[in-house]
Design a protein around this ligand. Structure first.
Ligand code: FAD
Length: 429
């Protein structure tokens, strides 16, 4: 049976894997994190409908993991690729989980008893997890992972596990598979705002990123959905969003628009206004880019809920914890505005995923000047690369929103299906 490999288990990769498998082709979905889902699993609601993100994603995560033609490899990366279109050999490296995947039933008894707490990267740094943990409640596969870097070897988890699944020792494993085609959906990471020192992220506790805000307003997040200041746990009465942090900024080599930040800021602002109508929410922007179907109406809805928009970007956040000041020129009115926000949200842009260089070299792919993966042609071949048999989809090639990632995942899958059902001699075209 023909096989394909999809690298990256976010919404683009899950969509590609499901569509390829739906056409009778065996798929290996390779994800380096302990769970598939990618960034979409971190979101609360999604624009422009404000549907619950996990309500859409979770059934797809379960479907792909249970599909008889899909093998999900978590904690895994591609180590080696050889061959050519129609006949790739792919070596997958599986990092140790220190838990026997077949025996763990995900009950969480080990997590309950673990005495160690460390920051949870999934909660974007604002929540904690144990040394043996699930990054979030809806992980797929529904099993734990033991973090040996922080584990103090107290032994409680071994005793608590009824099935004896927690392992003292574990090793890396490799598995080699054949693939007629490969789809790369390695996604993005968010801009690190420490680069822009004047915005005081890390220095002032109540300057947070938009992804941290997503976790905070998420009912399954670390605060149970309660909007709370990091400094003192109180609900902020005044919030300022600063747009384009790490986007449209040639001074820091990020000249491109990150495509989703205007929309996700409006989304968060609306959700806050609905829950806390007395909280003042201001969005400081360069342009309001509401380009998709229903997006302009979304912007109008934000305005009607009382979200204040100021055309202008503050250059810095001044003051101290508990007494912050933001000054911004309203370029529509030609006046300076001074705000004393209790929470500042930095709308961080998108960048290519970490550690892409090794993978791109291995696959013979190129990155463009922004660092995102190059495609054959923006207009007529947006998911094809210059390497036959290797396709790309989602935010691995450029910032884009979820509907676009889904469309591209499906498009890449159809390229794979087309290739697989072609005759062998066509590969050299
Ligand atoms: C704060 C914020 C709010 C947002 N809100 C919305 C919204 O409301 N609506 C909307 O449409 N969009 C929203 N977005 C955008 C949305 O997050 C993305 O469009 C979408 O999640 C991208 O999916 P993806 O599959 O391309 O990438 P990702 O979700 O980044 O998935 C990529 C996956 O690949 C894995 N990976 C990376 N490298 C490797 C490797 N070498 N080997 C194996 N696996 C690898 C990663 O671990 C990850 O699981 C928001 C973005 C942000 C930052």
């Amino acid at each position: 049976m023909a096989e394909a490999v999809v690298i990256g288990g976010g919404i683009a990769g899950i969509t590609a894997a499901l569509d390829i498998a739906g056409h009778g082709i065996r798929v290996h979905l390779v994800e380096r994190e302990p769970s598939i889902g990618g960034h979409m699993a971190q979101l609360d609601k999604t624009f422009p409908t404000n549907d619950c993100s996990m309500c859409i994603l979770s059934p797809k995560m379960v479907d792909v993991s249970r599909h008889p033609l899909v093998t999900v490899h978590t904690c895994s990366e591609v180590k080696e690729v050889s061959g050519k279109a129609g006949d790739f050999t792919v070596t997958i490296l599986k990092h140790p989980r220190f838990v026997n995947e077949a025996d763990c039933n995900g009950c969480g008894d080990c997590v309950q008893i673990c005495p160690v707490e460390v920051y949870n990267r999934f909660d974007a740094g604002i929540g904690v997890r144990k040394a043996i943990y699930k990054p979030h409640p809806q992980v797929v596969p529904d099993i734990v992972i033991r973090d040996t870097e922080h584990c103090i070897e107290c032994g409680l988890c071994y005793d608590a596990c009824g099935t004896g699944a927690v392992l003292r020792e574990d090793t890396e494993k490799t598995v080699t598979v054949k693939a007629a085609a490969i789809v790369v959906t390695t996604g993005y990471r968010t801009f690190d705002p420490r680069v822009k020192e004047q915005l005081r992220y890390f220095d002032l506790p109540d300057v947070i990123t938009s992804l941290e805000l997503e976790r905070m307003i998420n009912a399954s997040g670390p605060t149970g959905g309660r909007l709370a200041r990091i400094s003192d746990g109180t609900t902020p009465r005044s919030i300022v969003f600063i747009q384009c942090v790490g986007s449209r900024d040639v001074a820091i080599d990020r000249p491109y628009c990150s495509c989703v930040c205007c929309m996700y800021a409006m989304k968060a602002a609306m959700l806050i206004k609905e829950k806390y109508p007395d909280t003042e929410v201001t969005i400081c922007y360069i342009d309001r880019r509401a380009y998709g179907k229903g997006y302009e109406e979304y912007l109008n809805r934000a305005e009607s809920l009382g979200v204040r928009f100021i055309r202008g970007l503050p250059a810095e956040v001044c003051g101290s914890a508990g007494d912050m000041t933001v000054r911004v020129e309203n370029t529509e009115k030609g006046e300076m505005v001074t705000i004393h926000p209790e929470l500042v949200v930095l709308s961080v842009g998108m960048e290519p995923a970490d550690d892409l260089t090794g993978l791109t070299q291995m696959l013979g792919l190129q990155a463009d000047t922004t660092g995102f993966l190059s495609i054959e042609d923006q207009k007529v071949a947006p998911v094809r690369t210059l390497v036959p048999g290797i396709y790309v989809a989602g935010t691995a090639t450029a910032p884009r929103d979820i509907p676009d990632c889904v469309a591209q995942g499906g498009a890449a899958a159809m390229q794979v299906v087309k290739d697989v059902y072609r005759k062998a001699e066509a590969w050299s075209l």
